[in-house]
Design a protein around this ligand. Sequence first.
Ligand code: IPE
Ligand code: IPE
Ligand code: MG
Length: 237
Amino acid sequence: MNLELQIPNHIGIIMDGNGRWAQEKGMPRTMGHKSAIKTLKELCLHMADVGVHYVSLYAFSTENFKREKSEVDFLMDLFISSFQKEFQFLIEKDVRVCFSGRREPLPEKVLQAMDKIVEDTKNNQKFTLNICLNYGSHAEIVDTTRKICEKYHKGEISLEDITEEYIQKNLYQDLPPLDFVIRTSGELRISNFMLYQASYAEFYFPKVYFPDFTVEEFDKAIVEYHKRNRRFGGIQK
Ligand code: IPE
Ligand code: IPE
Ligand code: MG
């Protein structure tokens, strides 16, 4: 990869299209989710090499519980096995894992596997992998508002303490704003992903389904990011 390219500090990836990827090959949707894990492993290794600092991965939305029970159960089992096996390499690769989302109603075994990988990687420094699992931006805004109101009611903060920075600090994770959001599969929407964090992000919508989002596709995305002119409400330089 061209080292002159600007690397976004915080990348969001909406990993979409697993089901269609499998269905178009005549396989059950679940095979698409399985295949996505392989793609993700390669991407993580690559991202560690290119010097990304934060990556937020949309793995399961609060709305995804509307899916058939068999698919939800498959995904929950896949999360457990991924955190216990496939993603163990993150420990050696110096990647810190954290999660964003509601714990309720995730199964206890999933929560245990999540807590374990967080604990095992808590001192790692290469980059932060924030996995959005049972995540929804609306739920995050509700949960953050409740957290802040509670502190206000206890007299721990005053109204003036509630600033933009304070709200950010009280989101599920205190991470820098998103610079670049990639959604695979050609859908042109963000489906309740990090509304607060993505306020000035650049967006990129490659047509490939997530299992085909290879490191080459990732590099193409970075080339595209490099061409963008971010103004943040100011004037063109
Ligand atoms: C994304 O792929 C993975 C999850 C939402 C868990 P999908 O399962 O949404 O695949 P499509 O969009 O139906 O093809
Ligand atoms: C968004 O994909 C959620 C994840 C990728 C985890 P969906 O497939 O659930 O989104 P919609 O339903 O097409 O908007
Ligand atoms: Mg989808």
